[in-house]
Design a protein around this ligand. Structure first.
Ligand SMILES: *[C@@H]1O[C@H](CO)[C@@H](O)[C@H](O)[C@H]1NC(C)=O
Ligand SMILES: *[C@@H]1O[C@H](CO)[C@@H](O)[C@H](O)[C@H]1NC(C)=O
Length: 399
């Protein structure tokens, strides 16, 4: 059963509100000049600047650019998904958002995940205007439709698909979202993290040896094929051997390239990856021998573009690097939880005291946080502060 979706032109009318909110957020970034290739999120192949001559449906102000016409690569109109709330939680994020100063950023019906019913020629022509994680511009229609056709169970389209087994309508869904920041070292937060209904992790999430600080459970693991491969290389010495595996695990793919669709297809069918950079690789080596299609999910490109445009509109969007900029994998994970959980506790994310802590909790010696041109960690750090102050997340700050 998949919810009907239609293009939300209503989103465009939100634009005047948007400008008001985006303005103060766009002045936070400078000095993102280092581009190291050993970051899990770094990109070694850059997407081409695909021509997109189609004008946006309604020209409106977009203040990151200080122009009255939205540049065509922005696309601040999205598919619409009618997501029935899973609980009647009285003071959950959903109701608190409405009373917060970031209310204007949120679209209640933004689809977070994509599934089989999304792969239509009409949607392809709409989304192929956007490259990388923002759309389908980096992949051919047959690759898209072959892969999404496999995501046809209701679990594929629902982030917290087993809530009925874990709780009930009158409860509130509590999620822990765990980044890999050095602030977690010696935090002894493991038990607290594991006590949430759901535990989200990403990229080089090394658990063995750090259970006391970061916990042992993972229910949702977010990654792109690129970040996974980079993590396997970069964090092997810290003990990272691939995504955690467990009975309750869901793998949430962040599709940056056709690599991700090819990996997803192979994982769902228990075959080797048929071509591309991972050709011949066996997905069960990463996701376990008993991985099933019901455990696989994939972020919707509209969700990623929506996060970029509204929550993390970096100044990088005004530069020639705009096509390699996207919110970090950890930011996408945290904002996905914000859109689906009733309460979110965030651990291991960057705070204003970030210089006091090493890059990762498992670093053997202090290693300063690295800044890369494809993300805007200062903008993200400010967003976490703002969401914390608005009472929408509880950010672990180790004060
Ligand atoms: C989903 O797709 C698979 C493989 O194509 C097919 O065997 C199965 O019957 C489909 N399930 C549903 C619920 O449509
Ligand atoms: C539903 O969940 C709430 C909160 O966890 C709990 O207090 C209540 O007993 C549960 N109700 C049922 C019928 O299980």
């Amino acid at each position: 059963m998949s919810a009907p979706r239609r293009l939300a032109l209503a989103a465009v009318t939100m634009a005047s509100l948007l400008c008001f909110y985006l303005l103060p957020w766009s002045q936070l970034t400078d000095g993102l000049s280092v581009f190291r290739s050993d970051s899990p999120d770094s990109e070694s192949s850059l997407c081409g600047d695909r021509a997109s001559p189609t004008p946006s449906p309604a020209a409106h102000a977009y203040n990151v650019f200080g122009k009255t016409t939205e540049p065509s690569f922005i696309g601040d109109a999205y598919a619409n998904e009618d997501v029935p709330p899973q609980t009647d939680c009285p003071d959950g994020i959903r109701s608190r958002v409405l009373r917060s100063d970031v209310a204007g950023l949120f679209l209640k019906n933004i689809p977070v995940l994509q599934q089989s019913t999304d792969a239509t020629p009409a949607q392809y022509s709409r989304l192929s205007r956007y490259v990388g994680a923002n759309g389908w511009g980096s992949l051919a229609y047959p690759v898209l439709s072959d892969t999404l056709a496999l995501l046809n169970s209701s679990a594929n389209g629902i982030m917290l698909d087993d809530w009925a087994r874990r709780g009930n309508r009158s409860g509130c869904i509590r999620c822990a979202v765990v980044g890999n920041g050095g602030i977690l070292k010696d935090s002894e937060k493991g038990e607290e993290i594991d006590s949430h209904h759901y535990v989200f992790r990403t990229n080089g999430a090394v658990l063995t040896g750090f259970e006391k600080d970061v916990g042992v459970r993972t229910t949702h693991y977010t990654f792109s094929t690129n970040t996974l491969m980079n993590s396997m290389m970069s964090y092997a010495s810290a003990g990272y051997r691939g995504p955690p595996q467990s009975q309750e695990m869901r793998y949430v793919f962040l599709p940056d390239h056709d690599r991700d669709y090819l990996m997803m297809k192979a994982a769902a069918q228990h075959t080797l990856v048929e071509r591309g950079r991972e050709q011949g690789k066996d997905p069960t080596a990463y996701f376990g021998k008993d991985v099933t299609v019901a455990k696989l999910k994939m972020y919707h490109p509209d969700f990623i573009r929506y996060l970029r445009n509204r929550f993390l509109p970096s100044k990088t969007l005004k530069t020639k690097n705009r096509n390699i900029y996207r919110p970090s994998t950890g930011a996408i994970m945290l904002l996905a939880a914000l859109h689906r959980c009733d309460r979110v506790s965030a651990y291991g994310f960057m705070t204003p005291q970030y210089k006091k802590y090493s890059d990762h909790y498992y670093d053997k010696q202090y290693h300063r946080v690295g800044f890369f041109i494809n993300h805007d960690l200062m903008l993200e750090m400010n967003l976490w502060q703002r969401l914390h102050q608005a009472g929408l997340i509880t950010l672990y700050m180790r004060s």
